[in-house]
Design a protein around this ligand. Structure first.
Ligand SMILES: [Cu+2]
Length: 144
């Protein structure tokens, strides 16, 4: 019974957000899902050309490795010095889009001197953004 009600709620939700269906993946994200960069802080100075830690924060959603399809989960992608990619395509995999397909919730990165932006974007088992997409605020760090 509970399952039927949950499914009905999901279908209702899907019809409510249908205008955005074309610009998002097909895996639903849970209501209230929230991803954020726990560290560094926005505007923080980080050491240039030296590894520093980046913490991934996630609330009301779980982490699962790539290839694992489980409800209300995804894996982290760290976007460095780039804008959000198209939300209806697989997240690119290059030096500006790092995938954490083993389910990592932190990493070490190294940046050259200057201003840089960092942003997190969740992806599903196939590296597609969820619907609606779950991404953090874009922060700026200064490497020096
Ligand atoms: Cu991925």
């Amino acid at each position: 019974m509970y399952r039927i009600i949950a499914l009905a709620a999901l279908v209702t939700l899907a019809s409510l957000v249908s205008p955005t269906l074309a610009t998002a993946g097909t895996t639903p994200s849970p209501a209230g899902a929230h991803v954020y960069i726990g560290y560094p802080n926005d505007g923080q100075v980080v050491p240039a050309n030296k590894p520093f830690r980046v913490w991934f924060g996630l609330r009301y959603m779980g982490v699962a490795p790539k290839g694992v399809k489980y409800p209300n989960t995804g894996h982290h992608h760290l976007l460095i010095d780039t804008d959000l990619p198209p939300m209806d395509q697989e997240i690119p995999n290059d030096r500006n889009h790092l995938h954490f397909g083993a389910g990592e919730t932190e990493t070490m990165i190294q940046l050259p001197p200057g201003k840089h932006t960092l942003q997190l974007l969740m992806g599903d088992d196939m590296h597609m953004p969820h619907n609606p997409p779950v991404y953090s605020k874009k922060i700026t760090v200064i490497a020096r």
